[in-house]
Design a protein around this ligand. Structure first.
Ligand SMILES: Cc1ncc(C[n+]2csc(CCOP(=O)(O)OP(=O)(O)O)c2C)c(N)n1
Ligand SMILES: [Mg+2]
Length: 368
């Protein structure tokens, strides 16, 4: 033995080696007891370098413009990524989570979209014809709305709407005089803006208005139902104009109902409110006559004469117009609506249409 230290005998060495062997075997026993074989998985928290293989043609997808994509992956996952020309990608990560995240991003970028494959994606843009969905990172697909929707069968109420529109427009060009209720309503609707307000009185004119006045916005056609008290239209129009000074307001009334509260023209004039009062003039209680004819076949005590509504209007300082030909109705309405005062229009009405309506309703078959 070539020992430089003096005093170490062969016996000491032999004893030392025997002790070391015993100690080593004891340590190994302990190790086997705790970990009998090597772990198949690394600890989640162990740093690692993972190598994966990608299609070399996809390398540019991982690198991105000027290296932007790979830089983003490295930043987002706190990894170091090295890409070889043959498609070998080495990912150095400080733990399993980070390496998994980086692998996922790389696989997402290099994965091919399979026809018939199922993908969970994020909607990126909604268009009129469908929406774009990002199914893989940077890869979008179009989902056509037609593929998701069941074919539209048309609204169930469509036939009813069509029937109403047909009925409303049937008299739009009618030239008879006195004016038919349908034609009065057609011209009124034409002259008024959709947001303007009409307040309707009670009588035969109300039946027609409720049936045919096309109302686009809530609370733009107020009708006295329930108590159905005549005389509501003029004071109602005063109230509507006070509530909505920027909208035009029309009181649709008739000769009897108008006379019940016509003193409120004074209120409107005093308050400087611009209103149009459209009087459907039949020289009678039209609705009552209608009911009597239906019930008894003859009218009784429902006709009367009216004052001169034009002179009456002028006596309040308001404007008065008399419709003498059907063609005058629309331009008169338009003029009155443009006026900044109270305008009263006396429009003779042909209630001969009332009984025709009753007959038609009796025969009517529901259009839906
Ligand atoms: C305060 C009041 N009185 C009576 C009635 C009953 N009534 C309902 S309609 C009507 C006749 C309405 O005549 P007019 O105002 O000229 O309207 P038209 O029927 O001629 O369109 C009567 C007397 C009522 N609804 N309210
Ligand atoms: Mg009347």
């Amino acid at each position: 033995m070539d020992i430089k230290v003096k005093g170490i005998t062969e016996a000491i060495i032999r004893q030392g080696l025997e002790q070391a062997l015993a100690a080593r075997l004891a340590i190994l026993d302990k190790m086997v007891a705790i970990l009998p074989e090597a772990r198949t998985e690394m600890s989640e928290f162990a740093p690692r370098i993972i190598t994966i293989k990608i299609n070399p043609e996809k390398i540019r997808d991982i690198i991105g413009k000027g290296g932007a994509t790979i830089r983003k992956i490295q930043e987002d996952t706190s990894t170091e990524i090295n890409v070889e020309d043959d498609g070998t990608v080495e990912i150095a990560a400080i733990n399993a989570d980070n390496s998994r995240a980086a692998i996922q991003m790389i696989e997402g970028l290099t994965r091919e979209v399979e026809v018939g494959g199922l993908y969970l994606g994020r909607v990126t843009r909604i268009m009129g014809f469908g929406c774009f969905v990002e199914i893989l990172p940077g890869k979008e697909g179009l989902v056509r709305i037609g593929e998701l929707a069941t074919p539209h069968q048309g609204h169930l109420l469509r036939p009813l709407r069509d029937a109403l529109v047909e009925e409303m427009s049937a008299c739009s060009k009618d030239e008879s005089f006195p004016v038919k209720p349908q034609k009065i309503i057609w011209d009124l609707r034409t002259a008024m803006d959709m947001e303007d307000i009409v307040i309707c009185d009670v009588g035969a004119h109300k039946m027609w208005m409720a049936r045919m006045f096309r109302c686009e916005y809530p609370n733009t056609c107020i009708i006295s139902n329930g108590f159905a008290s005549m005389g509501i239209a003029v004071p109602g129009a005063v109230a509507a104009k006070l509530a909505y000074p920027d909208r035009k307001v029309v009181a649709v009334t008739a000769d009897a109902g108008f006379l019940m509260n016509s003193q409120e023209i004074e209120t409107a004039m005093r308050l400087g409110l611009a209103l149009v009062v459209l009087i459907w003039n039949d020289n009678g209680y039209g609705l009552i006559k209608w009911k009597q004819l239906n019930q008894f076949g003859r009218p009784s005590n429902v006709d009367f004469t009216n004052p001169d509504f034009i002179k009456y209007a002028e006596s309040f300082g308001a404007k008065g117009y008399r419709i003498e030909r059907v063609a005058d109705l629309l331009p008169t309405l338009e003029k009155a609506l443009a006026d900044n005062t109270v305008s009263i229009i006396d429009c003779p009405v042909d209630y001969g249409e009332n009984l025709k309506l009753t007959a038609k309703l009796g025969e009517m078959v529901c259009p839906i």
